[in-house]
Design a protein around this ligand. Structure first.
Ligand SMILES: [Zn+2]
Length: 274
C-alpha cells in the first residue's frame, strides 16, 4: 500500500508508560502488515530505499517526530557515545550529512539536549535503551547487544550525560525496549566470561544455567548496569517483551522463519519542531 504524506496510520508503536508523562516524544517501531516490507526501517540489499524511507516517515508521524532530523550512529556494538548538537541530523533518508559521514561513525549511543532532534537506534533482538533527564532536559538512545552490554555502553552514556550536561543519574528515567529475552537468549561461555569480567553483576543475577543451557538476561544485565551508574531501580522500566517470542509484532534476527528487518527506537525532546 501507499502511504500518503499527512495520513497518520494507526501503527503499533511501543511506548514506555514512564515516558508518556514526560516532555519527550518517543517510541519503538514494530512489525506490521499495514506497511510495505512489514514496516522495516533498516536498509538492506534487495529492498528499495524508497520503501524504507516511506516506512520511516510513517513511523515518525505516528511517534510525532520529524524524519528529516533523525540522527543515527553507525552501530558497531561498541561504547562510542556521540553528543549531538543543533546541526546534527542525518535525516531518515541518511543523505543529510553529519560531520564527515552520513551517520555518526562508530556510535552506539546518542545524547542530546537539543529539542526536536530525534535520536534513533536500530535493533532486531538487541536492547534499545532510552534515557531522559527531565531536570536538565537531556535524552539518550542506546543500542545494547551483548557486546555493548558487557562493555557497559549504558553506563558510558550516563557518564556522558553527567560530563556534558551536568545530569545527576538519580534524576534519570530509563526504558529498556522489546528485545531478545532470557527465554530465548542462549549464549556461549565467552559471553558469560566477558560479563563476569565487567564486574557489574558479582552475584550472577543476569546469568541462568540449567538443562545444559546458559542464558544471558540482557534486560537484567542492562538494568544492573544502569543501577551501577547511579540510576534508581524504580526509575527503570523494562518492557519485558521478547522479540523472538513475538516475532509477529517485532523484528527478530534469530527468528529465522520470518523476513529480516529492523526496528527503530526513537526519542526526542519536545520543541524545535518546524
Ligand atoms: Zn523469547
Amino acid at each position: 500500500m501507499r502511504v500518503r504524506a499527512g495520513t497518520p496510520l494507526q501503527l503499533p508503536v511501543f511506548r514506555f508508560a514512564r515516558f508518556d508523562a514526560a516532555a519527550v516524544r518517543h517510541g519503538m517501531t514494530g512489525r506490521t502488515a499495514s506497511l510495505p516490507a512489514d514496516g522495516t526501517v533498516g536498509y538492506r540489499d534487495g529492498l528499495d530505499r524508497a520503501v524504507v524511507d516511506a516506512n520511516r516517515a510513517a513511523w515518525s508521524a505516528a511517534i510525532g517526530v520529524d524524519p528529516s532530523r533523525w540522527t543515527c550512529g553507525r552501530q558497531v556494538h561498541g561504547v562510542g557515545v556521540a553528543v549531538i548538537g543543533p546541526a546534527a541530523g542525518c535525516g531518515a533518508d541518511g543523505r543529510r550529512v553529519h560531520g564527515a559521514g552520513e551517520r555518526v561513525p562508530a556510535t552506539d549511543a546518542l545524547v542530546t539536549a537539543e529539542p526536536g532532534v530525534p535520536l534513533v537506534v536500530f535493533c532486531a533482538d538487541c536492547v534499545p535503551v532510552l534515557l531522559h533527564d527531565p531536570k536538565r532536559r537531556v535524552v539518550a538512545a542506546i543500542h545494547a547487544g551483548w557486546r555493548g552490554t558487557v562493555a557497559d555502553v549504558v553506563g558510558t552514556a550516563v557518564r556522558a550525560m553527567q560530563d556534558h550536561f551536568g545530569s545527576d543519574p538519580r534524576d534519570l528515567i530509563a526504558g529498556l525496549g522489546p528485545s531478545i529475552g532470557p527465554c530465548c537468549y542462549e549464549v556461549g561461555d565467552e559471553v558469560i566470561d566477558a560479563w563476569n569480567g565487567a564486574g557489574i553483576d558479582p552475584t550472577g543475577k543476569a546469568v541462568r544455567r540449567g538443562n545444559g543451557r546458559t542464558v544471558f538476561d540482557l534486560w537484567q544485565a542492562n538494568r544492573l548496569a544502569l543501577i551501577a551508574a547511579g540510576v534508581p531501580d524504580d526509575q527503570i522500566e523494562v518492557a519485558a517483551v521478547c522479540t523472538r517470542c513475538h516475532a509477529d509484532r517485532f523484528f527478530s534476527y534469530r527468528a529465522r522463519s520470518t523476513q529480516p528487518g529492523s526496528a527503530a527506537a526513537v526519542i526526542a525532546l519536545e520543541g524545535g519542531e518546524g
